[in-house]
Design a protein around this ligand. Sequence first.
Ligand code: 4AD
Ligand code: MG
Length: 461
Amino acid sequence: MTERSKIVDLLNSDSSKPLILVKGWIRTQRESKDFSFIELNDGSCLANIQIIVDNDIDSYSEVVKLTTGAAIAVSGELVESPGKGQKWEIRAKNIEVLGIAPEDFPLQKKRHSDEYLRTIAHLRPRSNKYSAIFRIRSKLSYAIHKFFQERDFQWIHTPIITGSDCEGAGEMFNVTTLDLNNIPKKDGAIDYEQDFFGKEASLTVSGQLSVESFCLSLGNVYTFGPTFRAENSNTSRHMSEFWMIEPEMAFADLNDDMKLGQEFIQYLIKFTLDECTEDLALFARFVDKMLMSTLDNIVNNDFIRLPYTDAIDLLKNSNQKFEFPVEWGSDLQSEHERFLTETHFKQPVIVYDYPKDIKAFYMRLNDDEKTVAAMDILVPAIGEIIGGSQREERYDLLKKRINEMDFDEADYWWYLDTRKYGTVPHAGFGLGFERLLMLVSGISNIRDVIPFPRTPKHLEF
Ligand code: 4AD
Ligand code: MG
């Protein structure tokens, strides 16, 4: 365990060496002639500490019965280890058993499949791989705030319960206290006036609209929180609940947005390389042998910038067999995105200026009147990791678009107000936090980088 380990307390003692106290979970316990070896881990880092237990300590008979998964508190002397593989070990003077783990403890020391570990998501953080990814998740959450705070972006807490569908894709989860067995109706429709908020309410799919109004007040801002999408797609890159980071810059255009997106991703990867070295090494060794070169490549090169129209031409001329047809006007599918970033350019690609009909209502119309100032950042192995745009800041055009898309203008009154009173050019994006974690770890299923995944027909834990 490192110096950082919180549970290493120095205690005063009569012994020539000070006693230290460590608490943790047993990874392995084996008995030899006069003593027993325990590998103990407290979750603070990958390394275990070896405990040597002489057979003359009081609780010895209890200790030799302990198995993988049990929790103990050990006080003993920290001594240089004569054995291989560790510099230090602890010679136990006393062991207190905090919690035994019977033989059916599901995480015995052997390799388990990710699928199996998902069924024991409450215990999988006791394993090396999952403790490592969740430590990286914590560190990266901090790095996200560090990145923005160093640049004077203000953190805005946008609401989770909302009345507006930001993306307009109709993938909202309803929030209601109505009796589902007896839904009140008025003129044949659900009478939301009787519901908790007196109107239809949902879980947010994005904090963007709210954060924009703060952008047009405080300048550069960001929001970082959970978002929810009732999208019925069971892929390795989608979940019903995921975390998103959404910065929004005032007095900024699409170029500023692409620049920030690249800097942000490079900063977070560099932070992981510098601050999560030990945990990252595990992924480079056991999960993705190419991980380090992929990450170095992303950190050290500018991302390719490619207009959507050029991307379509490139895909059409690629002689590649795709499952989905490539047509100007249709959205890029994951296979197209991955071809661009993995096969063709072999580095991150920013595709921009998408057809307006496949993008959200708030994106700024380009002068060609066919495309909008949108950008997606695509990365190897994942595809889209960031989606963003310059926003339509012109009141009349925004209002026209809301009506064209058959949205109820009344729902967006406050959003339109931000364009009515002192509107300015502004731009932002959303980065899917779990997709970032997949990128830095090489983990290929999004369910394995979030503590308790929520996906269609799956709500355990
Ligand atoms: O491209 P999206 O839908 O963009 C927005 O929500 C904008 N409002 C963001 C903005 O401009 N402020 O989502 C942004 C990112 C995607 O690029 C992807 O990384 C992630 O969020 N994402 C998901 N991650 C996991 N599961 C899902 N179902 C996701 N849907 C989007
Ligand atoms: Mg998108």
